[in-house]
Design a protein around this ligand. Sequence first.
Ligand SMILES: *Cc1c(COP(=O)(O)O)cnc(C)c1O
Length: 373
Amino acid sequence: MQVAMLDLKAQYRTIREEIRQAMDEVCDAQYFILGPKVEAFEKEAAAYCGAAGACGVSSGSDALLMALMAEDVGPGDEVITSPYSFFATVGAIVRLGAVPVFADMDHDSFNIRPDQIAAKITPRTKAIIPVHLFGQCADMDPILELAAKHGICVIEDACQAIGSEYKGRRAGSMGDYGCFSFFPSKNLGGFGDGGLVTVRDAAKLEKLLLLRNHGMKPRYYHHLIGGNFRLDALQAAVLSVKLKYLDGWTAARQANAAEYRSMFAKSPAAAQVVVPAQAEGSTRHVYNQYCIRVPAAKRQAVWDGLKAAGVGCEVYYPVPLHLQPCFASLGFRRGDCPASEAAAETSLALPIYPETTTAQRQHVVDTIAKLFG
Ligand SMILES: *Cc1c(COP(=O)(O)O)cnc(C)c1O
């Protein structure tokens, strides 16, 4: 039996005609840059996220960059974030000349710890970027409290967490900004790159819209130095169709996760496999990834055994951000963020996409059980 880590074709087959019709409309109109499709998607996405407004952009990486630019983050500023995330989270900070400050993650949730953030705040702290990793929200209330107390901006990296909720509030509606990615492997994936920045306060939208298009308004009059961070109309058309199906796909991911949990609980591997935990305040985990933890000494064997049994798996992420070679000059050391360093050696993501079957999951769990047998 084969179990791919992700099979986008399975999803496409179910919505092919509708997607092609939406793309045809853009092709017939030959209106490719911004315009009505992008505006329509922005309205739908803002409503979905419970945000006051949204700006469609070129990628999740650019969404993070733009949110920091909108707050004038630059040299001399510090930005606190998690060392356990995709590189773009910290890349955006360093590209603007600001200093990344890492607050370690919680061992169980993989998300940044508010008490670690509190310990890292200085008069130079300009922003906090909590990451809602794997589709589960970070513990936002204490983070928002700290930010309010110190006058610091909060930028949610919700790239893996569209539709995720914390105490009933949606990802991207709690911080000053929410950053989303429509990279094809995300829960809402485009046909290429795309992203979104949401805002809690509608007054913050205008600057984002300017930054997205070289600070230009009207044409050829430039008020800010932004960039070309635009979302394509074709992507917006695809995303509008897919957004209607997102809750169904999310429900399937959650059901798959619940099934994995009960299968692992009954498996002989139960004592050595840690399944994802419900984090403090998390009321809707959307399972962009299903990351188990296995003993570090056995991870490579589990990986090899899964591959040999036809099962795709992945390590998110093998090197925590503070230990990436490109930051060697910043002086971080092994031991600075022990929980993240441990996660990098023990985490393993299993196939969780909506179209996987019970038989496939049983095969995954049985394969792992045999390796620990
Ligand atoms: C995917 C991702 C990004 C970057 O999104 P792109 O659209 O690929 O640029 C940023 N942060 C996190 C946590 C992500 O998972």
